[in-house]
Design a protein around this ligand. Sequence first.
Ligand SMILES: C[S@@+](CC[C@H](N)C(=O)[O-])C[C@H]1O[C@@H](n2cnc3c(N)ncnc32)[C@H](O)[C@@H]1O
Length: 233
Amino acid sequence: MFDEVGYWSEIKLEIIRRYATEYTRILRAQGRFRFFYVDGFASSGMHFSKTQNLLIPGSPLIALDVEPPFDRHFLVELDAEKHHALSGLIAAHPRGNRCRLFLGDCNDVLPMTVFPEIIYERFERALCLRDPYGLDLNWEVIRDAGQSKAIEVFLNFPVMDMNRNALWHEPDKVPSRMRARMTRYWGDDSWRSAAYVPAPDLFGPREQKATNEVIAEAFRKRLRAVPRSFDSR
Ligand SMILES: C[S@@+](CC[C@H](N)C(=O)[O-])C[C@H]1O[C@@H](n2cnc3c(N)ncnc32)[C@H](O)[C@@H]1O
């Protein structure tokens, strides 16, 4: 039930710890905010480290131990066994009563139940981690968080799943189901022109897959271009 994780995941967890620490320090220093932690892909709370050969805390427990602490935590996990393991760890944690756990799909739970609890006008703010294995996050959920102006998104961009399943060197051979997953994540099919660039050769016009960096930058630009529906505030 605990995932085995390697070197890269441990680096990711360290980045989350440091980022969350700076986030709470900055908000606490401003005095007037209540600040929350939202984990859309919470997992089981612990992982087995292949490099250290021991159990290490996952993102929800790391966030619970941050100083100064978050006021509340919202944790969503789709897998029942992992959710059960996480519930046990949270119940035993001294700050466990700050947490609300949800068993379900974060694409439903976040917009319907969690985001409405985080209100800009009440000086509530949240750091929302989205750390999926793959293309399991719908664009609308990222967009809604940004438009709330209260929720900061920390996104793990699932480049491995994209490359393995959707961004093949021969795009016409990609199954339509995988193209649809990519479109759900990206929000429309503009990923197609971001991910493939013209590369004419002796045999005529051709397309070549763009680098990971170019694709990530295109997604960043797309996020910046999201209309701010609450700009009148
Ligand atoms: C990469 S792991 C998250 C690891 C965690 N952030 C950590 O660092 O400890 C991804 C988790 O998301 C869960 N998951 C996948 N799809 C989901 C969805 N639609 N909603 C909620 N959880 C999901 C998986 O069961 C898995 O436990």
